[in-house]
Ligand binder design. Structure first.
Ligand SMILES: Cc1ncc(COP(=O)(O)O)c(C=O)c1O
Length: 366
């Protein structure tokens, strides 16, 4: 449930009273303000507000003319939108495996997947934990590849002290209702590259610099003013939201650390998670299978869920093009489940989640 306060309600009312609901050529005044604030937050020169994280990903490849005949390397263990962006520009998604302890792509697998058709790498900061961005940047630089970081889940994360996007050419953020901050639907693109930003702004609004004169093929990916007004207020609250998520995650880790059947999430050195999801995995040989555990937790009133049941390379649409085997990805998809760490949870509710997990796993309560 998104946390909305009187600040967001007042901001929306104000926009409605102005009657300016959108910016004809891209950014209206609210969207412009939101972009400026978001660029500062992300430590980037440019921020381009769009109407979804999916749009952000699609545009980032499209603006670089990635197309049929090209290959893009990405994880299969992610939300479908990452792969969709590749398919939408007509390029081939090349799925690689993850590291079992972080669920993020393995840089060594990237090196092995590169061919003379590879144009880009799309690391995903899954569950809010940054991918190994410095290693990925190094690989990309050797081969002159574009790095599009899918930071849809990573608002408030950092890698070697830097926010998502720092080691990438571009970062794509989602502002969907479940995210660490939200505009309902929405997205943002951040980059330091002036030319790239200019092209992205054109694509966002029908390829027009002047009204009714398309300079290039574009789309309508604009962010409405009401959403931008909500985003400005949510961004102010983001660090408090993330802090609360972190505290909730720490409580779960403390209270579940002796449950031998579970592997708890980690933050490797130099990484700070945004704690978008607190994802555990069951060890092989655990007494109950994962889906029974989830059913039991739900009966106890805990909203446990699986992200993601089906890796993308096994989905019917993607499977028809080419099949591959990704052992760590497939194993993780069978073993993971996520527990609530939402900032709206009260301390007693987080304790209850931990208690319910312990009981479900056949452990003593605390
Ligand atoms: C990893 C990842 N990539 C992309 C997206 C797509 O974002 P949106 O739902 O805003 O289109 C999401 C969010 O839903 C996501 O979690």
């Amino acid at each position: 449930m998104p946390l909305m306060g009187k600040e967001e309600i007042n901001a929306v009312t104000k926009v409605l009273k102005t009657g300016i609901l959108t910016g004809r050529l891209g950014s209206g005044p609210m969207a412009k303000q939101f972009e400026d604030n978001f660029a500062k937050f992300a430590g980037a020169k440019h921020a381009i507000a769009v109407n979804s994280g999916t749009a952000a990903l699609h545009m980032s490849l499209w603006a670089k003319n990635i197309k049929a005949g090209d290959e893009v390397i990405l994880p299969s263990f992610t939300f479908i939108a990452t792969a969709e962006a590749v398919a939408l520009v007509g390029a081939k998604p090349v799925f690689i495996d993850i590291k079992p302890n972080t669920y993020n792509i393995d840089p060594e697998e990237i090196e092995q997947a590169i061919t003379n058709k590879t144009r880009a790498i799309m690391p995903v900061d899954l569950y809010g934990l940054p991918a190994e961005m410095d290693k990925i940047r190094e690989i990309a630089d050797k081969r002159n590849l574009l790095v599009v970081e899918d930071a849809a889940q990573a608002h408030g994360a950092s890698y070697r002290g830097k926010p998502p996007g720092h080691f990438a050419d571009v970062a794509c953020w989602s502002l969907y209702a479940s995210k660490n901050m939200t505009t309902g639907e929405g997205g943002m693109i951040t980059t330091d590259d002036d030319e790239y930003a200019e092209k992205l702004r054109l694509l966002r609004s029908h390829g027009e610099k002047e009204e009714y004169k398309a300079a290039l093929l574009g789309h309508n990916y604009r962010m409405p003013e009401i959403e931008a007004a909500i985003g400005i207020e949510q961004l102010k609250k983001l660090s408090a939201f993330v802090e609360k998520r972190r505290r909730n995650a720490e409580v779960l880790t403390e209270k579940l650390s002796d449950v031998k059947q579970l592997v708890l999430p980690i933050e490797p050195r130099g990484c700070k998670s945004s704690w978008y999801l607190y994802t555990v995995r069951i060890r092989r040989g655990a007494v109950k299978d994962r889906d029974t555990i989830i059913q039991d937790l739900r009966k106890r009133g805990v909203g446990a869920a699986v992200y993601y049941h089906t890796p993308i390379h096994l989905m019917p649409y993607y499977r028809q093009h080419e099949s591959c085997v990704l052992p760590e990805t497939e194993k993780a998809a069978e073993q993971v489940f996520s527990l609530p760490v939402h900032p709206g949870l009260k301390a007693a509710e987080v304790n209850y989640v931990a208690k319910a997990v312990r009981l479900t796993m056949g452990q003593q309560s605390f």
